[in-house]
Design a protein around this ligand. Structure first.
Ligand SMILES: C[S@@+](CC[C@H](N)C(=O)[O-])C[C@H]1O[C@@H](n2cnc3c(N)ncnc32)[C@H](O)[C@@H]1O
Length: 277
């Protein structure tokens, strides 16, 4: 595996993913009963934006840094930026595990799966003293069968693979999602996906529409036109069992994200129910 998330930490794709993650966790917290979060592709948990790797691509400059200097942002984006600022004055960018851990209550749990040794070591160090967090060095897709349903019977599964298998990754996600949904039908599932060529995403959307899953919402931003296979033009989050009012929450933030993160005049956002209730 060549993929190291530090090269991409804090880029526009992380921004969308992490703002949606916060919205989902806050929605789950509106009920008092405990829940579990399974992060199937957890990464290192936090990343130095002053590291050689992050500076080499500088992707965070067109991502989180743009928002940090923006004005009049929606409340949810402020909550996200406050989490970022709480990490060493924005020199360190929090990954999904750290964002989730900061939002969970004492009674909630976080399960993290990761395969690379260095990332696992980082996660173990980061959460050594947090009894709510379990780190598993294992395949995240297989873990979806092994660790679901959680005993809490409520939960969120974040699926954020590096897409090294390119379009084939969508098929792997579909299989894992279908198997997990059979075991844990009322879980909330959030899948991050890249947008290069628009037509590469359409079969996944079609599959979601025909899967029998309910309340499937997609939120996307494109910072470039979605017509080139050669670069990451945008990204989306597909949410299964989207919580009540999530569409309204995301409708408030997507226009701001698309405008602030735009890298061309063709930047756009999309919020669409693939399957309603
Ligand atoms: C996009 S990064 C994750 C970023 C993280 N979710 C975040 O938002 O901060 C994808 C991670 O998945 C890991 N990975 C790749 N294949 C995996 C697998 N089969 N199971 C679990 N983790 C995997 C990679 O090592 C990489 O760290």
């Amino acid at each position: 595996m060549n993929y190291r998330h530090v090269y991409h930490a804090g880029n526009f794709a992380d921004v969308l993913k992490h703002v949606v993650l916060i919205a989902l966790i806050e929605a789950l917290k509106t009920k008092q009963t405990p829940f579990a979060v399974l992060d199937t592709h957890a990464g290192a948990g936090r990343y130095s934006l002053a590291s050689e790797e992050a500076l080499k691509t500088g992707e965070f400059r067109d991502g989180v840094m743009r928002l940090l200097s923006a004005e009049r942002l929606p409340t949810l984006v402020h909550a996200y930026l406050n989490l970022v600022r709480s990490q060493n004055g924005s020199q360190t960018y929090p990954g999904s595990p750290l964002i989730a851990a900061q939002l969970l209550r004492d009674s909630d749990r976080l399960m993290l799966c990761e395969v690379q040794d260095a990332e696992v070591a980082s996660l173990r160090q980061l959460f050594a003293r947090d009894a709510r967090v379990a780190v598993h060095q294992r395949d995240g897709y297989q873990a979806m069968s092994a660790l679901l349903p959680p005993p809490e019977k409520r939960g969120l599964v974040l699926i954020d693979p590096p897409f090294e298998a390119q379009e084939q990754e969508f098929r792997i996600i579909e299989d894992a999602l279908a198997a997990a949904h059979k075991r844990f039908a009322n879980g909330v599932y959030a899948v991050w996906y890249p947008i290069k060529l628009r037509q590469s995403v359409l079969p996944f959307h079609r599959w979601l529409k025909e899967s029998g899953m309910r309340k499937v919402l997609v939120a996307e931003i494109c910072v470039h036109p979605d017509n080139s296979a050669l670069r990451l033009n945008g990204c989306g989050m597909a949410i299964v069992n989207a919580p009540y009012k999530l569409d309204r929450t995301l409708a408030e933030i997507l226009p701001t994200l698309a405008t602030t993160l735009a890298q061309s005049r063709y930047a756009q956002f999309k919020l669409e129910w693939l399957v309603e209730d």
